[in-house]
Write a protein that binds this ligand. Structure first.
Ligand SMILES: C[S@@+](CC[C@H](N)C(=O)[O-])C[C@H]1O[C@@H](n2cnc3c(N)ncnc32)[C@H](O)[C@@H]1O
Length: 184
């Protein structure tokens, strides 16, 4: 046991951890062959933790598998401490993997989480859970990365919008990484 003041370790939840549980995290997954510490079905809420239990939630290539993205994000919101962070990675819908894996239920783009932003993307009745978007990082297929499109998409938000609207069926995406902060 630690005595006196010292570095307080972060409480990290790795949701749908599979075999790649983040070091130091509590892993949850429904698959008993995963490295989960707690077996649970993400489609059944609440998950077995008290509100505001975690400083960081990681959801790496899992949100595209759940039955209800809004419900899942609301559960992440419940479990995070005030100001806690959510790291979320998921395929871009134009990637081969998005439609190849028959267990994927959702095919998302880099604006799909705006419904949890400050004005809820204009759809305030979807949910009350709010997250501030700290960063979005797109990865594109290698050819487009080499030609500089990945840089442009990540560097200029207006270009990212233009890419999503007009270009992404040719200049295809691969994956997206988001970092959010819980807004109370
Ligand atoms: C593509 S794997 C990603 C695993 C890991 N995060 C990684 O990056 O390697 C998706 C994981 O989510 C888990 N998963 C999918 N749907 C789930 C659900 N409804 N409840 C619990 N776990 C689920 C699967 O068992 C699987 O381990």
């Amino acid at each position: 046991m630690q005595s006196g003041p010292g570095p307080v370790s972060m409480r990290i939840l790795d949701v749908g951890c599979g075999l790649n549980k983040h070091p130091g995290a509590i892993g949850i997954d429904r698959n008993p062959r995963s490295n989960a510490d707690v077996l649970c079905d993400l489609d059944r809420v609440p998950y077995p933790f008290a509100p505001e239990s975690f400083d960081l939630i990681r959801a790496v290539h899992v949100v595209e598998h759940v039955s209800d993205v809004i419900q899942t994000m609301e559960e992440f919101h419940r479990l995070l401490k005030s100001g806690g962070r959510l790291y979320l990675a998921t395929p871009h819908y134009t990637d081969f993997s998005s439609f190849c894996d028959p267990t994927h239920r959702w095919h998302l783009n880099s604006f799909s989480f705006r419904y949890f932003g400050e004005d809820h993307g204009g759809f305030g009745y979807y949910t009350q859970a709010k997250f501030r978007e700290i960063s979005v990082r797109l990865r594109l297929l290698a050819l487009w990365r080499w030609l500089g499109f990945e840089f442009l998409v990540n560097r200029f938000p207006h270009f990212r919008r233009l890419w999503e609207y007009y270009l992404c069926f040719i200049i295809r995406g691969k994956s997206m990484e988001f970092e959010f902060e819980k807004v109370s």
